[in-house]
Design a protein. Structure first.
Length: 123
């Protein structure tokens, strides 16, 4: 049975941003910072550190995940943001089998971010 999300999209974005800061991304923004690329990507959370960046895309539902696959910067990954890319969700929404090539997966469990797949070299 799929677990229903208990955290809002905004709360998950802030958790993702805090996670990036703890992981050494000194400059990090959540979805309250409104910017987008020429291809229309609006990051949920993105962090920067020397020579690299990390994008975290937050998902609160399977429908949102499936819609994300149709975006032009997902179809053509080189148009997307982030050297490293992760999905972050509560368990039961995004699974390892859902990941595009090269993406990692983070789950929020009891308010803590758990690395499910990726990170070391980002797979």
């Amino acid at each position: 049975m799929t677990q229903l999300p208990t955290l809002t999209h905004g709360a998950l974005c802030r958790i993702a941003c805090d996670f990036l800061k703890r992981e050494g991304f000194k400059v990090a923004f959540d979805d309250r910072f409104r910017t987008k690329t020429q291809y229309g990507e609006l990051p949920d959370a993105i962090g920067f550190r020397k020579w690299t960046s990390c994008l975290i895309e937050v998902k609160c539902s399977r429908a949102d995940l499936l819609a994300d696959r149709k975006k032009r910067f997902r179809i053509t990954p080189e148009k997307g943001m982030g050297n490293w890319r992760f999905f972050l969700s509560e368990p039961g929404i995004v699974e390892i089998s859902d990941l595009p090539e090269g993406w990692g997966l983070l789950h929020v469990i009891d308010g803590q971010v758990k690395n499910i797949h990726g990170w070391k070299g980002n797979t």
